[in-house]
Design a protein around this ligand. Structure first.
Ligand code: MTE
Ligand code: MO
Length: 362
C-alpha cells in the first residue's frame, strides 16, 4: 500500500530551495576535493604554488567542515522529496526510468560521500575498499548525476529556488534546517579556526590536544621510529655536487630560521605553529643542485603511506620551507618528527614528512 504523506511543510518550492543549497555545498566539496587530490597527486607538469601560505588550510577546512554541515541539509532534502519514492506507476517510460536511475545514483552517491567522509575523519574504516579511491571516484559520479538532475528539474528550480517560499511554516522549516547546518558547522569549525577551538565539541580533533599542544595522527611508536640523535644522519643524495651526511649537531650549526606555518591535515583539522630549523633550499645549495630539481624526502619510518613525499621547485625554493628541528621554541617531540621534519607552506599535512632521513635529489 502506498503511504499517505500529509505534512504541509513539503512543497516543490521547499525541495527546490534545499536543492539549491545542496548544489552550492556539493560544488564547494567537489572543487576543494579535486584541489586536495591534485595537490597530492600532481601530474608531472603541474607546479602548485607555495602561497598563499594558508590556502590548503582554508580549502580543506571548507571541504571537511562544509561536508559535516551538509548532513542536516541532505537529510532535510531526502525527507522533503521522500514521498516521490512511492510515485505510481514507478516507471512511466524509458526516459522516466533513466531519470529515476540518475536520482538513485545521486542519492546513493551523496550518502556514500558523507558517510565515508565522516567515518574517515573519525578514524573508522569498516570497509574493504580504499577510502581515498572510493571517495575520489564517487565524487565524479555524484557530481555528474547532480548536473543531470539539475538539467531535468530546471523548470522547477527556476520557479522555486529563487522566489520567496509560500507559507510561514515552510519558511520556518527552512530556517530551522539552515540553523541546524550553521550549528553543526559552529561546533566543528574550531578544529581549524583557532579562535573558535573551545566550541569544537563535535569535531573529531581538538586542535589543542597532543604532545606540545599539537595533534598527532601517526605517533613515533605507531611508525616504528626509535633511536636517539647519536646515530642520526641526514643524507642529501642523488643529483648533487657534494652528497652530504649531517649529524644532529651539524644541523643545529647551520643557519636557523623561524617561521609560522600551519599543519593542515586532509582530515580538516589544522594548527599554526612556530617552527625553527634549516631552510631546505640552503641545504640544497650546500649540496649543490640544479635550478629545477625534484626533491624526494624519505622518512626513518619503514612502512606506511606517508613515509615519503615529493617537494617540487615552488616549495623547496620557498624561504618558509624548513627542515624543522623545533616546534614553538622547543625541540620536536618524537611524535612530531624528532629529530627532523619537513614543514612547508600551502601543503597538505600528509606531505609534511616527519622523521626525515634522506633528501634525495633528482
Ligand atoms: N613519516 C611520516 N610523516 C608524516 C605522517 C606519517 O604517517 N609518516 N603523517 C602526516 C600527517 S597525515 C599529518 S596531518 C602530519 C601531522 O603532523 P603532526 O603529527 O606533527 O601534527 O604529519 C604528516 N607526516
Ligand atoms: Mo593528516
Amino acid at each position: 500500500m502506498i503511504p499517505r504523506f500529509t505534512s504541509k511543510l513539503r512543497s516543490e518550492q521547499v525541495a527546490a530551495k534545499l536543492g539549491l543549497w545542496l548544489g552550492v555545498s556539493f560544488t564547494v566539496a567537489f572543487a576543494t576535493g579535486l584541489f586536495s587530490h591534485f595537490l597530492q597527486h600532481p601530474p608531472a607538469w603541474l607546479l602548485w604554488p607555495s602561497r598563499p601560505v594558508n590556502l590548503y588550510r582554508v580549502t580543506q577546512g571548507l571541504h571537511v567542515i562544509g561536508g559535516i554541515a551538509t548532513v542536516p541539509l541532505l537529510l532535510a532534502k531526502l525527507w522533503a522529496v521522500y514521498p516521490k519514492l512511492w510515485q505510481w506507476p514507478p516507471l512511466r517510460s524509458p526516459g522516466h526510468a533513466l531519470e529515476r536511475g540518475f536520482v538513485l545514483l545521486l542519492v546513493g552517491g551523496a550518502l556514500f560521500q558523507l558517510v565515508t567522509g565522516l567515518l574517515n575523519i573519525a578514524y573508522i574504516y569498516p570497509w574493504p575498499f580504499g577510502f581515498l579511491q572510493a571517495h575520489y571516484w564517487t565524487a565524479y559520479i555524484v557530481y555528474g548525476a547532480l548536473i543531470i538532475h539539475v538539467a531535468n528539474e530546471w523548470a522547477k528550480i527556476r520557479k522555486g529556488a529563487w522566489s520567496r517560499v509560500e507559507g510561514a511554516e515552510r519558511r520556518r522549516f527552512l530556517r530551522t534546517v539552515a540553523a541546524a547546518c550553521g550549528l553543526t558547522a559552529l561546533v566543528t569549525v574550531g578544529e581549524t579556526l583557532t579562535p573558535l577551538e573551545r566550541l569544537a565539541v563535535l569535531a573529531p580533533r581538538d586542535p589543542r590536544i597532543g604532545p606540545q599542544g599539537v595533534p598527532v595522527n601517526r605517533s613515533a611508536a605507531a611508525a616504528g621510529v626509535t633511536g636517539g640523535p647519536a646515530d642520526y644522519r641526514l643524507l642529501v643524495t642523488g643529483a648533487v655536487r657534494t652528497p652530504l651526511s649531517l649529524g644532529y649537531a651539524d644541523l643545529l650549526r647551520l643557519p636557523q630560521h623561524t617561521v609560522r606555518l600551519p599543519i593542515a591535515c586532509v582530515e580538516g583539522w589544522s594548527v599554526t605553529c612556530e617552527w625553527t630549523g634549516v631552510r631546505l633550499r640552503d641545504l640544497l645549495a650546500l649540496a649543490g643542485t640544479g635550478p629545477d630539481v625534484l626533491v624526494t624526502l624519505e622518512s626513518l619510518e619503514r612502512v606506511g603511506y606517508y613515509r615519503s613525499s615529493e617537494v617540487r621547485r615552488p616549495h623547496w625554493n620557498d624561504p618558509l620551507t624548513l627542515l624543522a628541528l623545533k616546534i614553538n621554541g622547543r625541540t620536536l617531540d618524537a611524535d612530531h618528527g624528532y629529530p627532523v621534519r619537513l614543514i612547508a607552506p600551502n601543503r597538505p599535512g600528509v606531505q609534511q614528512t616527519k622523521w626525515v632521513r634522506e633528501v634525495r635529489v633528482s
